[in-house]
Design a protein around this ligand. Sequence first.
Ligand SMILES: Cc1cc2nc3c(=O)[nH]c(=O)nc-3n(C[C@H](O)[C@H](O)[C@H](O)COP(=O)(O)OP(=O)(O)OC[C@H]3O[C@@H](n4cnc5c(N)ncnc54)[C@H](O)[C@@H]3O)c2cc1C
Length: 489
Amino acid sequence: MSLSPAKNSRVPHIVIVGGGIAGLAAAYRLEELSREREQPLRFTLLEAGDRFGGVIATEQRDDFLLELGPDSFISEKPWALALCRRLGLEPELLGTNDTRRATFVVHQGKLEPLPQGFMLLAPTQFGPLLRSRIFSWPGKLRMALDLVLPRAREQSDESLGSFVRRRLGREALERIAQPLIGGIYTADPDQLSLAATMPRFLHMERDYRSVIYALWRASRRNPQTTRGASGARWSLFVTLQTGMQRLVSALTERLSLGTLRQRCPATSVRYQPAGPDETRWTIGCANGSSLHADGLVLATPAFAAAQLVRGLDGALSQHLASIPYSSTATVNMAYRRDQIPHPLNGFGFVAPRVERRSILAGTFSSIKYAGRAPSGYALLRAFVGGALQAELSERDDAEIRALVRTELRQLLGIEAEPLLTRIARYPQSMPQYRVGHLQLVDKIEKRVAGHPGLALAGNAYRGVGLADCVRSGEAAAEAMFDECVAKPL
Ligand SMILES: Cc1cc2nc3c(=O)[nH]c(=O)nc-3n(C[C@H](O)[C@H](O)[C@H](O)COP(=O)(O)OP(=O)(O)OC[C@H]3O[C@@H](n4cnc5c(N)ncnc54)[C@H](O)[C@@H]3O)c2cc1C
């Protein structure tokens, strides 16, 4: 199929700023649409850093496969899985090792298993809950009160902290919801918007009053949900055999209708109304060059997009700048298996804030996924920082290494020096969806709609996970295609 333009017609040009997964997914979707609809276009992807993928980064070191950023994506939300399939990566997908699916919670300095049937913030089975050492008897009874408590009078956005305290009590919040859900967003649960992060819990209260009852019903309808599986074919969390970076390389290898530029931060964007043969957007780059485009996708963190649109739309810029971010660091450590006394009989653990540990969570990476460590060795990964312990991720490498070693000694009994340590910092990487986030995003989207040929994508808006970021990139590409390519300019 030839995509060459008809004589004298100008090929529409889309500029994408930001080469993380959202920007890459946008570029790939543009290519797909161009081919499917046989309508030519070209794009330029500008990335500030010296590599693509944003926070996704996999490293191979001495037969260990280290994930510095995300280690998997959720299969329940279809977009990342579908993208992998379209890229021909299905044979390389890797599910979790489900014989070891347990998750532990640090309780009084020890790892206790999360009671079976516990779904993020509430139990669906009472036997395991009653036997669990994580909660006191008054805490367990308070949780059960959810079954009889009335609905909230108002069904508006509320923080995770307020919702869980109200329905299930303080212990359910402090011991489980804070480290599990707050941990995903590296957020303060008293600031985190439930509507923007876990709306289904709000819907459960609205529809069934009791969260425990609603979860129990859901688990009866689909028993796989409580076991952590999302479908017959794939486990809930899925990765790629050679790591998440493979998704990035598969995308960059297949992009052929455009130009990918690394070390090329966009510094300004300007709009001018244009006639049919003129472009509308001028994008200034740090090297002094500028690009002209019909459509512009900003797939950067919100604070970077805020800078870019400051001269274009002050209110939009302010809204974008008001989304706060937290910083985190990951610490991969490799050991000989016989240096770890703990049985590593699970995927890892979370550390509630009330335990006052210096790590947020630990993953038993080589247990969770095959191929992460050679036989006889183990790879572990710890998370440091987040909204509640911001300063820890800013410490120097020696300090971070020492504090993670102390935690692993106390929690897993590891005395040995790690065979290798890899610390990766992610400053200002995790947008904080505060109460009212969805209203803020509505305002942002309204203002964006007032600028022809402009779209936003990325983790700042409607989901931080890779699957949501893929969806947001693809939606931005589809909007730009409809506006700038399918319709006459
Ligand atoms: C440590 C960590 C672990 C995670 N684990 C998981 C996980 O296991 N599963 C999961 O689903 N999600 C996970 N997440 C979340 C998920 O990985 C991210 O939300 C997602 O990758 C963000 O993608 P993005 O494209 O929106 O942004 P980013 O990856 O931040 O990419 C934005 C890009 O824009 C570039 N940029 C910024 N300004 C400019 C400019 N002016 N000009 C040009 N380029 C610019 C940046 O350099 C960057 O490359 C994790 C996140 C972190 C930090």
